[in-house]
Design a protein around this ligand. Structure first.
Ligand SMILES: O=C(O)COP(=O)(O)O
Ligand SMILES: [Mg+2]
Length: 232
């Protein structure tokens, strides 16, 4: 029997609109350092490579670099604040939950592959009542590598009990597209996410503005993938 098809979702900027809570946390840390707050628009372009990268980018945008020991202390403050406010304002993007229902009903498995720390991803999805929907939730610290390294994606697919040949990825930024392409997994880019470069310019197999079209698109990409001969 062939393995079930798997939809692998990126989290921040793809499944959940987390930027409002991330900006509040980042600005709390910046205030502690006596720095001016950043806007939501500024912070949206800094998310996607994990919390530490967000903090480094935020500090750089709001003033000078900080010493490595100070950065580590601020990172711990960031994590503590974010943990306490993980879903104050974060919600699934419009149409996301109905779309997941469609995949469920059609027998697809669902998995999350995010550069968020796995514990934060689980806490966010648990607080929103969504954790049970996923066969695997793999974060930036789950494996030795994380996106854009394809092993983060292939490891997630493996944990979800699937096969790379029967998977489709959906993401919002370059780490997602690069990881999927390197793994040989078709990838859908969502235009509403967090990226400086428009997702269409990153070369995904399909570009969507809304979750409503995701099921048909993923289905089509999977069929197309299965008709192609295996890579040498
Ligand atoms: O930058 C992050 O916190 C993680 O982002 P991702 O869910 O888009 O991989
Ligand atoms: Mg993302």
């Amino acid at each position: 029997m062939s393995p079930p098809p798997i939809l692998v979702l990126d989290l921040d900027g793809t499944l959940i609109d987390t930027a409002p809570d991330l900006v509040l946390t980042l600005n709390a840390v910046l205030a502690q350092e006596g720095r001016a707050p950043l806007s939501l628009a500024q912070v949206r372009s800094m998310v996607g490579a994990g919390a530490k990268a967000l903090l480094v980018r935020g500090l750089a945008a709001a003033g000078d670099q900080v010493a490595p020991e100070r950065l580590e202390a601020l990172y711990q403050d960031f994590l503590a604040h974010y943990r306490a406010h993980i879903a104050d304002a974060s919600v699934p993007f419009p149409g996301a939950l109905a779309s997941l229902d469609r995949f469920d009903q059609a027998g697809w498995r669902l998995a999350v592959c995010t550069n968020k720390l796995e514990g934060l991803a689980r806490s966010l999805l648990g607080t929103l009542g969504l954790a049970d929907r996923f066969a695997a939730i793999c974060g930036g610290d789950t494996f030795a590598q994380h996106k854009p390294d394809p092993r983060h994606l292939t490891g997630t697919i493996g944990r979800a009990g699937g096969a790379v040949e029967r998977a489709v990825m959906v993401g919002d930024s370059s780490a997602d597209i690069v990881a999927a392409q390197a793994a040989g997994v078709p990838v859908v880019g969502m235009t509403f996410g967090y990226t400086d470069t428009p997702v269409a310019e990153l070369g995904p197999d399909a570009v969507l503005d809304h979750f409503d079209d995701l099921f048909d698109t993923a289905h089509r990409l999977l069929e197309h993938r299965e008709r192609k001969p295996a890579r040498p």
